[in-house]
Design a protein around this ligand. Structure first.
Ligand code: SF4
Length: 465
C-alpha cells in the first residue's frame, strides 16, 4: 500500500492477516482530521430508537442535526408512522445565549397535543451539551403534565463515538421496560433485539419464530411499539442481533429482571439456521427443536437451486466489506463464502478487539482487517485488492462508484430484504446483478485496467506499445 493512503497514527488500526502476528487497536476516539466514516453519538442513538413507530422523536438542537438523521432508516412499520417525521427545536443564536429549555417545553407540548404519541424521545445534541439545558427537568415536567413517558436521550454528539449513542438509546429505552402488564405471555417467548425492520425483515424473522412455536413479545426496535417495550420484561429470552446497538439493553434486563440473552445474526444460511437452533436449544423442548430443523430444511431446499446458479457465476470474485458493527461482518464473510466469493478486505466502525480476533480467524490469508476507516484508506484498499464488489452503507456507496466498483447496500436505507433464507437469495441476486453489470466495462478504472493489460500483452509480444 502507498504510505500516503494511511496516516501514521492510523496504522495500528489496520491488520493484514498472515503478514504479522494479530494485533489491532480499536474502540477509541477517531483520529482528528482522518475524516472517519463513523457517525456521531447523537446519530448512534437516533438510528437505534428511530424505528419505534408510535413514539415522538424530537431533536433538541440546530436544524442540521435533525435533517442529517431525517428518515435515516428504511425501517417499515405495520401501523403508525410517526417515526418518519423529524421534529426539531431548531435552536438559534439567541437560544444558545439564553438557553433552549422554554423552546423545548413548548415544542413538546405542541407536538404531543398534535400527534398523541405513546411516548416521546428527546435527543440532546452537541450544542445542548455545551449550553447545559436541563433536558431531564423539562422532560419530567412534560411527562407529568401529559401523562406519557418523555425520555431524555443523552446523546451529545461530541461526547464519544457511535457506541456511546447506542448506550444512550438503551438507557432511554430501559426506562420503559418493566412498566407494562406481562400477564398472558407464553413461557416460550422472546424479545427480538437489534433488528430494525429494513425492508420488512423483522416480519420474516418473527414468522420463523412463530412457526416453531415461539411468541415474540417486543420487537426492539424494528416495527417497534412503546407498549411492547414496556412489557418486554415478561419474555423468557432476549435474542440480540448485532454486537453493539442493543446489547447493553439486554445486559440491563439480565441485571434487573434476570432475562438471559443469546447473540445471533439473521444474515446468511448458516447464521440464520444457528439463530433458530440456539433459541430452540434454550427452551429445551424437543417439539420446538424438531420444528426448527424442518423449517431450516424446507427453506434451504427452496433457495438452493437458484443460489447455486449465482454461485457458479460469482466463483472466485473478490469482495470488500465495511459496515457499522463487526457482528454483521462475520455473517457477510460466511455469506460470500456460500456464493463462492473471496473476502479480501473487511472492516467496521465500532468493532471490539474480540470482534477483530474472530474476523481474523474466519478470513483468508492476506485479508485486510480495518477499524474506523476513512474514504482515502478504503479507496486504496479497494484498488490494491482489485475488488469486484464493495458492501457497505450510504457513505461507502460513492467510494465504490467513483472507483468503478460494484456496490451492495447492506445498511440503513436499503429497500431489499437481506435477512433470513429468502434474504440470502436476495443478497446473492443483488451481488450477482451488480458485479455482472456491463456498466463496469465503461468506467475509468476498468477501462484503464483493460488498456494496461493490453499494453503488457503488446510489450510481451515485442510490439510497439
Ligand atoms: S449532534 Fe453534533 S456531531 Fe452530531 S449532527 Fe449534531 S452537531 Fe453534528
Amino acid at each position: 500500500m502507498k504510505a500516503s493512503a494511511v496516516l501514521r497514527e492510523r496504522e495500528s488500526q489496520i491488520h493484514r492477516k498472515g503478514k504479522e502476528p494479530f494485533s489491532i487497536e480499536c474502540n477509541k476516539e477517531s483520529l482528528a482530521g482522518a475524516v472517519s466514516q463513523r457517525a456521531c453519538v447523537f446519530c448512534g442513538s437516533r438510528v437505534v430508537l428511530y424505528p419505534i413507530a408510535d413514539a415522538l422523536h424530537l431533536v433538541h438542537g440546530p436544524i442540521g442535526c435533525a435533517v442529517y438523521t431525517w428518515d435515516i432508516r428504511g425501517a417499515l412499520s405495520s401501523g403508525p408512522e410517526l417515526h418518519r417525521l423529524s421534529f426539531s427545536t431548531d435552536l438559534q443564536e439567541m437560544d444558545v445565549i439564553f438557553g433552549g429549555e422554554k423552546k423545548l417545553y413548548n415544542a413538546l407540548i405542541e407536538l404531543i397535543d398534535r400527534h398523541s404519541p405513546k411516548a416521546a424521545f428527546v435527543y440532546s445534541t452537541c450544542i445542548v451539551g455545551i449550553i447545559g439545558d436541563d433536558m431531564g427537568a423539562v422532560c419530567n415536567r412534560v411527562s407529568k403534565e401529559k401523562g406519557i413517558p418523555v425520555l431524555p436521550v443523552m446523546s451529545e454528539g461530541f461526547k464519544g463515538n457511535k457506541r456511546e449513542g447506542y448506550q444512550a438509546a438503551c438507557d432511554a429505552m430501559f426506562k420503559l421496560v418493566g412498566t407494562g402488564d406481562t400477564t398472558a405471555i407464553s413461557p416460550h417467548s422472546i424479545n427480538i433485539l437489534g433488528d430494525f425492520n429494513l425492508a420488512g425483515e423483522i416480519w420474516l424473522i418473527q414468522e420463523y419464530f412463530n412457526k416453531i412455536g415461539i411468541e415474540v413479545v417486543a420487537k426492539i426496535t424494528g416495527d417497534g411499539r412503546v407498549d411492547d417495550i414496556r412489557r418486554a420484561h415478561g419474555a423468557s429470552l432476549n435474542v440480540v442481533q448485532c454486537s453493539g446497538a442493543t446489547m447493553e439493553l439486554a445486559n440491563m434486563m439480565k441485571r434487573d429482571f434476570g432475562i438471559p440473552s443469546v447473540r445471533v445474526s439473521y444474515f446468511g444460511i448458516e447464521d440464520m439456521a444457528d439463530a433458530l437452533y440456539d433459541v430452540a436449544e434454550f427452551f429445551k423442548d424437543p417439539v420446538i427443536m424438531d420444528k426448527a430443523k424442518s423449517l431450516v430444511r424446507s427453506e434451504i431446499e427452496k433457495i438452493m437451486p437458484e443460489l447455486n446458479r449465482y454461485k457458479a457465476a460469482l466463483k472466485g470474485k473478490k469482495a470488500a466489506i465495511y459496515v457499522g458493527g463487526a457482528f454483521k461482518a462475520f455473517s457477510l464473510v460466511k455469506a460470500f463464502r456460500t456464493i463462492g466469493m473471496d473476502v479480501v478486505m473487511v472492516g467496521s466502525q465500532t468493532g471490539t478487539k474480540e470482534d477483530y480476533e474472530e474476523l481474523q480467524e474466519i478470513t483468508d490469508q492476506g485479508t485486510i482487517i480495518v477499524d474506523d476507516s476513512n474514504p482515502l484508506e478504503l479507496s486504496s484498499f479497494l484498488k490494491e485488492k482489485d475488488v469486484d464488489v464493495f458492501v457497505g452503507g450510504v457513505k461507502e456507496r460513492p467510494i465504490a462508484y467513483k472507483l468503478g466498483v460494484a456496490f451492495c447496500d447492506h445498511n440503513h436505507e436499503r429497500k431489499e430484504m437481506l435477512a433470513g433464507f429468502q434474504g440470502m437469495l436476495n443478497f446473492a441476486k443483488e451481488v450477482y446483478t451488480s458485479v455482472m453489470s456491463p456498466v463496469w466495462k465503461f468506467v475509468p478504472r476498468r477501462t484503464k485496467r483493460e488498456f494496461d493489460v493490453g499494453l503488457v500483452e503488446r510489450i510481451n509480444k515485442g510490439e510497439k506499445p
